[in-house]
Write a protein that binds this ligand. Structure first.
Ligand SMILES: [Zn+2]
Length: 476
């Protein structure tokens, strides 16, 4: 439940004064929803349709849906001894008030009992749609118990509250009655927008409230695109500008209009058309499936790439491949690079090259780290400690001592941690102990197979820590 700002409070008040259920709605319910709330009753005399009140013969079983041969309604088959059956459906009414579209959500409940069906409905939610926000209101008849929702029919007073966006999952998705819209829109900037004709085909595929919001944002484009027959573009009317030439608005010249209309192209398809400028719908549709179209088209002639095997399954690989090629400073105008014969093979080759180069960077950085840290080297007559000099020393230490220090190469190279070796003065090449240091503090010291250093080794390490590491902090 949320705080309702004054503007919405006033709107709720005027909605309650204005909104009603007129005869148009009732007639529409009778034609579109009530017929579905009927049964086919099976008895020894045959099958009786409670909708058209006719009897016929069938072999359908109880519990199945059967299309009544007389009224063509698809209805549930039950035994004629049935006493009681409830049907529930949602429906919505679209209204317009003071610059807002309002989608009113209803539940309609029909009860079959004593051989007759009675209907009732209850409004339980409203989606208030403005140019920049959609408010979800629910009334006190809408009950939600831990995700189980129900509508009650006996509240005396209706109160509205604002719900969080998460409740949008409970919103009515029922069919829409548009019949009040023309009356509501009279005198508004939306009067000439073919809202029902333009949006009703999208009820099941799109969130209709978002489409309504786009109409509020750009009614001029919505009207124009709808009238041109470009309904797939009209539902994205908010993305178009209203001024300027055709080319300015669509990114292609007016010569393309008949083609666009013929195929009622989508926004994605228009984006492809803008780039390839080729009126071939089959190619456009294939390219519009690519998620990386815009990115890829910066480098590639997309039709050529398509012919070369680019598709929605390898587009990520292709895009990675181009990224590698760029990182390797290859000639991004060279056709042999842009359209490789075998994308998988070329991708793997370049990936390997990039990895090698990145390894090369680490190798160089480790050499620099040695130079930077060698001031911390320390020795007495028995032991010596010095920073890890090279990548190959790290690898060797890992192999000989059976420890995982080689995995620290990048962190060491990037100065996220410091690595040192301790050796015997007399045998400076043989691995003995590896030490990790961060902020001049020893994090760990490991001998063979991750063993702790011996007592004598530890004494030397502690001396080094006190004299050199801590000392370097004091006297830096
Ligand atoms: Zn019938």
């Amino acid at each position: 439940m949320g705080y309702i700002k004054k503007e919405i409070q006033n709107l709720i008040k005027s909605m309650d004064e204005t909104f009603s259920i007129d005869s148009g709605v009732r007639n529409w319910l009778k034609q579109s929803i009530y017929p579905k709330h009927n049964l086919i009753l099976k008895s020894k005399d045959g099958y009786y349709c409670t909708n058209c009140k006719k009897t016929f013969h069938s072999t359908a079983r109880v519990g199945e849906y059967l299309v009544c041969p007389k009224c063509k309604e698809s209805l549930l088959v039950r035994m004629n001894t049935l006493k009681y059956q409830v049907f529930k459906d949602d429906f919505r009414i679209l209204d317009y008030i003071n610059g807002y579209f309002v989608l009113r959500g209803f539940e309609v409940s029909s009860t079959y009992s004593n051989n007759k069906v009675t209907h009732r409905y209850q409004e339980y939610q409203r989606l208030v749609i403005s140019k920049n926000k959609i408010y979800l209101l629910a009334s006190n008849v809408f009950k939600n118990y831990m995700g189980y929702t129900m509508i009650t029919y006996n509240e005396k007073h209706i109160r509205w509250r604002l719900l969080d966006g998460q409740y949008r999952w409970y919103m009515s998705r029922g069919s829409i009655y548009w019949g009040e819209l023309e009356r509501d829109l009279k005198g508004s900037p939306y009067y000439y927008c073919p809202v029902e004709r333009g949006l009703s085909p999208y009820i099941s595929s799109e969130d209709i409230e978002i489409l309504l919001q786009r109409v509020l944002i750009n009614p001029i484009s919505f009207e124009l695109l709808s009238k041109l027959g470009l309904t797939n573009l009209a539902i994205h009317c908010d993305r178009f500008v209203n001024k300027g030439s055709f080319e300015n608005r669509f990114g292609v010249t007016k010569d393309y209009l008949p083609f666009m209309v013929k195929h009622n192209i989508t926004y994605h398809e228009l984006e492809v058309l803008k780039v390839i400028k080729h009126m071939n719908i089959r190619i456009i549709r294939r390219l519009s499936e690519l998620h990386n179209f815009t990115e890829l088209s910066k480098y590639l002639d997309m039709e050529k790439a398509l012919a070369n095997g680019l598709n929605k399954n390898n587009e990520h690989l292709y895009s990675d491949y181009l990224d590698f090629a760029e990182r390797l400073h290859l000639n991004m105008k060279d056709k042999r690079i842009l359209y490789p014969k075998d994308i998988v093979k070329s991708h793997d080759e370049l990936m390997h090259q990039v990895e090698t180069i990145e390894n090369q960077e680490i190798i160089e950085k480790i050499k620099n780290r040695y130079e930077e840290l060698k001031k911390n080297s320390y020795k007495d007559d028995k032991f010596v400690i010095f920073p890890v000099p090279t990548m190959s020393d790290l690898i060797k230490e890992s192999e000989v001592q059976d420890i995982c220090i080689r995995n620290y190469n990048k962190r060491y190279a990037d100065a996220e941690t410091d690595l040192y070796f301790m050796r015997k003065v007399k045998d400076i090449t043989t691995p003995l102990v590896a030490i990790e240091v961060r902020n001049n503090e020893i994090i760990q010291s490991r001998g063979k197979k991750n063993n702790d250093p011996t007592k004598a080794q530890q004494a030397f390490i502690t001396k080094w820590e006190t004299k050199v590491l801590k000392g370097s902090v004091l006297y830096a």
